[in-house]
Design a protein around this ligand. Structure first.
Ligand SMILES: Cc1ncc(COP(=O)(O)O)c(C=O)c1O
Length: 382
């Protein structure tokens, strides 16, 4: 009966990150730096709010857009951190992780044949959802531009079919983020065109040395901002995302969201209120720890001779392995077999990720030290 399965669904594949993770699970004594999730526990006070939510019977459906108290906290968060103003009543939706916010956005905006621009290498979560919604992913190679999608790079790709530009900054897999001027130039290029920006800011709280800036600051009417608690509060399993859009768009996003999931988990929403009020700065100590790890791993990689762009956000490094004349998959596989370290082949992040590997440093310093030692030994004996 498989022939009856929707052809768009048959076209898409499981994420290459997961595939590689599952494959290396069979090898013993491997240090895996493959997964993009914080290694910290959810802050204790947030956990307690979740427990209390169950005990106090917050176990029913909520408003489709989420508890008003949470929407208020979410808008306050955006206002306080990035100076953005959204109405809690009708410009924010609490979603099931950022993932569902992305899906909701594509389903709401795309028509058959619409083009969506993806700065690549890119997080693999967008392409399948674009295709399921009938859209066409258009990859823009950023590898010669320090992994940045700038207005100059973007301009030749814009045409009457372009419906949306995905701007995921700081980026997974490169960790690179965009500066204020670069965002302004993109905003000017796109202003008054029939194009939306999907600004995926899930790593906004993990920007090093400078302050995160949202493109919505310059182009509010055409921007959909996605954020959430997965990375900032180490809450990947709680599944809380946030979707901000001008009311004219968010009223339509809400319909898709409503029929898709009704609402995000009531229990997780209660915990999220705590995270975004008393815990609004919970990410700061985690950020300091990541920054220290970044310095360590980056310096080790450079000393080993890797060509690697120094990122300023998220918790990834994306070193080039081009000089080894192997595909990223073969390089990653030999690293697992011969060094006992797992990194994600860059090809999991579109064809423009080929020639690179992604290293997540959301692991303990001890694991990172050991992994770097193993990679160094591996290279010395290669
Ligand atoms: C760029 C980016 N967007 C969205 C997500 C999904 O986030 P969530 O777990 O909140 O669905 C991830 C997760 O790794 C990500 O890296």
């Amino acid at each position: 009966m498989e022939h009856l399965v929707n052809s768009r669904v048959k076209q898409i594949e499981l994420s290459g990150i997961r595939k590689f993770f599952n494959m290396v699970a069979d090898y013993d004594n491997v240090i895996s730096l493959t997964i993009g999730q914080p290694d910290f526990e959810t802050p204790q006070h947030v956990k307690v709010s979740g427990i209390e939510a169950i005990q106090q019977n917050y176990t029913t459906y909520t408003h489709n857009a989420g508890f008003l108290e949470l929407r208020e906290a979410a808008c306050q968060f955006l206002k306080r951190k990035y100076g953005l103003t959204y109405s809690p009543e009708n410009e924010v939706i609490v979603t099931v992780g950022a993932s569902q916010a992305i899906d909701c956005t594509f389903r709401t905006l795309l028509e058959e044949g619409c083009e969506v621009i993806l700065p690549s290498p890119v997080y693999p979560g967008y392409e399948p959802l674009i295709k399921l919604a009938g859209g066409k992913p258009i990859y823009v190679d950023t590898t010669h531009n320090q992994f940045k999608l700038t207005a100059d790079l973007l301009a030749p790709y814009l045409n009457e079919k372009t419906r949306c530009i995905v701007l995921p900054y700081p980026s997974n897999p490169t960790g690179v983020t965009l500066e204020e001027d670069e965002l302004k130039e993109i905003a000017e290029l796109v202003r008054d065109k029939n194009i939306f920006i999907l600004s995926d800011e899930i790593y906004s709280e993990l920007v090093y040395g400078k302050h995160h800036q949202s493109i919505a600051t310059y182009l509010r009417d055409q921007t959909i901002v996605i954020n959430g608690l997965s990375k900032s509060h180490s809450m990947t399993g709680w599944r809380v995302g946030l979707l901000f859009a001008p009311q004219a768009v968010s009223q339509h996003l809400l319909k898709v969201h409503q029929y898709n999931v009704s609402c995000a988990s009531s229990i997780s929403q209660k915990a999220a209120i705590e995270a975004l009020t008393s815990g609004i700065d919970d990410a700061i100590p985690m950020k300091h720890a990541y920054e220290e790890r970044l310095e360590y791993v980056y310096n080790r990689l450079v000393k080993m001779g890797f060509d690697v762009v120094k990122p300023n956000g998220a918790f990834y490094l994306f070193p080039s392995i081009k000089k080894f004349n192997q595909t990223s998959f073969d390089f990653a596989l030999s690293l697992v077999r011969d060094a006992g370290v797992a990194l994600v082949p860059g090809s999991a992040f579109s064809e423009f990720g080929e020639g690179y590997v992604r290293l997540s440093y959301a692991y303990s310093m001890n694991q990172l030290i050991e992994a770097m030692d193993r990679i160094e030994n591996f290279l010395n004996t290669k």
